[in-house]
Design a protein around this ligand. Structure first.
Ligand code: PRP
Length: 179
């Protein structure tokens, strides 16, 4: 039987944080009209689903998919991101909130902020559940942050290791023996 990863952030801690983030977003966008949430596939799908269902401000949901060139862990290709799937609707003049599961090096979100920012949204902000500050190289402003975490391998609540563990209900730390 496979061992489950040790919890780094529990289901209860996640639920409380999601409620807290949604309340802040509700306050900040109270007079903004319809908010456009853009989930970055695949990792954000669980967080986005929980966050969106907590929001009371009018909102619509979009998805975007990107991929890093080559091996994320290698120095070669570092920082190269490409678009796999775009959002369905124009975001010009819209208030946009990008929803991420994790900011690691920051290259993905830096790319997305450039791409989406060039389309003339009324505002463009970032909400991420997790951030590894020790790993981040790109210049990234995080408007809504769940948890800053150490540089450990995390899985669950949308995050995977070779497509495993995505639907684990908590954030677990994957030890070297689990990979
Ligand atoms: C993860 C995560 C972010 C990105 C962050 O996606 O969902 O989008 O990496 O890393 P960075 O800050 O170093 O750019 P991943 O490429 O693992 O794809 P997935 O979401 O489909 O699992």
């Amino acid at each position: 039987m496979t061992r489950l990863p040790a919890p780094l952030v529990t289901e209860e801690e996640i639920a409380a944080k999601v409620a807290d983030l949604a309340a802040r977003i509700d306050r900040d966008y109270a007079d903004a009209g319809t908010l456009v949430l853009i989930g970055v596939l695949k990792g954000s799908f669980v967080f986005l689903a929980d966050l969106a269902r907590r929001l009371t401000v009018p909102h619509r949901v979009e998805f975007i998919a990107v991929s890093s060139y080559g091996d994320r862990e290698s120095e070669e290709h570092l920082g190269s991101v490409r678009l796999l799937m775009d959002v369905r609707h124009d975001i010009a003049g819209e208030h946009v909130l990008v929803v991420e599961d994790i900011v690691d090096t920051g290259h993905t979100i830096a790319y997305l902020q450039r791409l989406l920012g060039a389309r003339g949204p009324a505002s463009l902000r970032l909400c991420t559940l997790l951030h590894k500050p020790d790993r981040t190289e790109a210049d990234v402003v995080i408007d809504y942050l769940g948890f800053a975490i150490p540089d450990v391998w995390v899985v669950g609540y949308g995050l995977d290791y070779a497509e495993r563990y995505r639907t684990l209900p908590y954030i677990g730390e994957l030890g070297p023996e689990d990979r």
